[in-house]
Design a protein around this ligand. Structure first.
Ligand SMILES: Nc1ncnc2c1ncn2[C@@H]1O[C@H](COP(=O)(O)OP(=O)(O)OP(=O)(O)O)[C@@H](O)[C@H]1O
Ligand SMILES: CCCC(=O)O
Length: 353
């Protein structure tokens, strides 16, 4: 059975073709800021990304009899973890999502391309809105503002399951802290297969990250909003897109920041150390959520490739539980294997409504 997996990111689109468990092909299209600057919204990038995918598959002679196409799911309503068939309700919510994010294109692209192939199914799996929060984790200090579960659910679950397999246990038997350290950062408490608490990685909570501000001092933020110096859009960009390392150092590239530190840049050193300190604090908070009973801490995402960052982080957190590092992400395989599970009747296909 052939599966096509599609993962649209803010600066790239990744695709992979699987024949059952075997990966036949994977590629990443990088979209330069110039290429994307022609598009006023994420949704308007749709045809551009779709053509890239179809042209590449045709060029590789891989545009064939896919049994399923599975896309990374976007900013839908909060839903349970799992695989969902793309339907009208989902497409409507993806098109009208209040927050723009490239992953909103995943389900739409999957369905549209599947329509070209007779009998081909279209799915999404573990979208960023997977919500398994405990009720106590939902409240903020204002009844007008609830905390939301928005995080790298697909990679969190994939890495947690990979670790569980490596110790011959089920994910559902383990208590884990998983930290995805990418352009955005999410740190979650996984209690026996459920993410009972996690920072909202997209909308301003938790540690700051290469491109996001994380939790900000609330009163100062209010003053900034009403200062008349910034538009609403500019303030939102300070929170997501141009916050964190980008705001302090003008780059989202953690590797470049480490290089600057090695060249003696004291400001870069302070900012990166502060990011790591804040990640460590969030991991500490999740250890309390799990009552200090933690089988392992798993570090993943692009920053996990970097020894400087990982060693500094370990200095803070190693006392909590054993730390394991899974650099990068397993999202393409996770997408494909989720679709395979449904096609083989081993996983339930859920309905979105
Ligand atoms: N070898 C490396 N050393 C240090 N940092 C790295 C390395 N490889 C990638 N990174 C950093 O990882 C970050 C990007 O991580 P990743 O690729 O997981 O993010 P993304 O996919 O763009 O966003 P997200 O993970 O939020 O979906 C960047 O800051 C990048 O510089
Ligand atoms: C929060 C989920 C996705 C991302 O950061 O890109």
């Amino acid at each position: 059975m052939r599966i096509l997996a599609i993962n649209p990111g803010s600066t790239s689109t990744k695709i992979a073709v699987y024949d059952n468990e075997n990966r036949l092909f994977v590629t990443t299209f990088y979209h330069s800021p110039e290429a994307l600057s022609h598009f006023p919204t994420i949704l308007s990038q749709y045809d551009y990304r779709k053509e890239l995918i179809i042209d590449e598959l045709k060029k590789e002679n891989l545009f064939s009899d896919f049994a399923a196409i599975v896309g990374r799911g976007g900013l839908l309503k909060p839903i349970a973890s799992g695989v969902y068939e793309v339907n009208e309700a989902m497409k409507n919510d993806l098109r009208n999502a209040t927050m723009q994010h490239a992953c909103n294109l995943g389900g739409l692209l999957a369905e549209d391309i599947a329509l070209l192939i007779p009998g081909c199914k279209a799915y999404i799996a573990d979208p960023v809105v997977v919500d398994e929060l405990e009720d106590v984790a939902r409240l903020s200090g204002s009844p007008l503002m609830m905390r939301k579960s928005v995080f790298h659910a697909l990679n969190h679950k994939a890495i947690a399951r990979k670790y569980a397999r490596s110790v011959n246990k089920k994910y559902e038997e383990l208590d884990l802290i998983v930290a995805h350290l990418g352009g955005g950062i999410s740190v979650a408490a996984h209690r026996q297969g459920r993410v009972i608490d996690v920072n909202n990685a997209l909308e301003g909570s938790g540690p700051f990250s290469p491109e996001r501000a994380g939790t900000l001092p609330a009163r100062q933020l209010v003053d900034l909003c009403f200062s008349g110096d910034y538009t609403q859009e500019e303030i939102k960009k300070m929170i997501t897109g141009r916050g964190g390392l980008m705001a302090h150092l003008g780059t989202t590239d953690a590797q470049n920041v480490v290089k600057r530190i090695n060249e003696g840049d004291a400001r870069a050193e302070l900012v990166l150390k502060s990011m790591i300190y804040n990640i460590a604090k969030e991991i500490g908070a999740m250890s309390v959520v799990l009552h200090g009973k933690i089988d392992a801490i798993l570090l993943t995402g692009g920053i996990s490739y970097n020894d400087y960052c990982i060693n500094k982080l370990k200095e803070y957190i190693a006392f909590i539980a054993p730390v394991y590092v899974f650099p990068g992400e397993d999202e393409m395989e996770a997408l494909a294997f989720n679709a395979l599970g449904v096609l083989r009747g081993k996983l339930n296909c859920k309905e979105y409504y």
